[in-house]
Design a protein around this ligand. Structure first.
Ligand SMILES: Cc1cc2nc3c(=O)[nH]c(=O)nc-3n(C[C@H](O)[C@H](O)[C@H](O)COP(=O)(O)O)c2cc1C
Length: 174
């Protein structure tokens, strides 16, 4: 059986939920482990056939930990089958929801010299009640400008689980 590892970089948990969904979809056919990027020291990458990384966007950026991880492991990432997906709310919009059209994915590919075999972009979640005051106001402003939900008592999941499922199918095909 093939062995794969999924590594997630999350702040509020939605990227982890997407990774857990992928694990459920894949585990019958691939021997699969799941780790937070915070626990990366415990991961022996050479052990796996496939390395899958998911990371979310906060104020326009993926976490610096993601870039550090890529820099430190670029050689092995180039040798293995690899996949990367980004989670952000810009991706809730048609025309910004594919690897070719999502601005954060385009920027990510410019910032690293890693070229994953498979790319994905998934819309995330806005959970106003869980945000600190400043974040709540900032997100509300961004949502107002981009015609998204502005009711700060609400929680809005934009993730298209069908498209996550399609991504899991593509992971199996490769
Ligand atoms: C403080 C904050 C800043 C965010 N900044 C952006 C942003 O600049 N662009 C974007 O598309 N989404 C942005 N988001 C939305 C997140 O990408 C979205 O909530 C995602 O689901 C977070 O994933 P996580 O729960 O795995 O951290 C932001 C969310 C928060 C709470």
């Amino acid at each position: 059986m093939q062995k794969a590892v999924i590594i997630y970089s999350t702040t509020d948990g939605q990227t982890k939920r997407i990774c857990e969904f992928l694990v459920q979809k894949l585990k019958a056919k691939i021997d699969i482990d799941l780790f937070s990027i915070d626990d990366i020291d415990q991961v022996e990458l050479s052990f796996y056939n496939k390395i899958i990384i998911g990371a979310s966007i906060r104020y326009g950026k993926h976490s610096p930990k993601l870039f550090k991880f890529i820099e430190e492991n670029i050689q092995i990432l180039k040798e293995k089958f690899t996949a990367f997906f980004s989670v952000n709310v810009v991706a809730r919009k048609e025309g910004k929801n594919t690897p070719d059209t999502n601005p954060y994915m385009k920027k990510f590919l410019q910032l690293t010299n890693w070229q994953p075999n498979l790319l994905g972009v998934f819309a995330g979640k806005i959970d106003y009640p869980s945000y600190k005051f400043t974040d709540k106001q900032m997100i509300r402003l961004i949502m107002f400008i981009t015609k998204g939900p502005t009711d700060t008592s609400g929680s809005f999941e934009f993730t298209n689980w069908k498209s996550v499922e399609e991504f899991s199918d593509r992971l199996l095909q490769n």
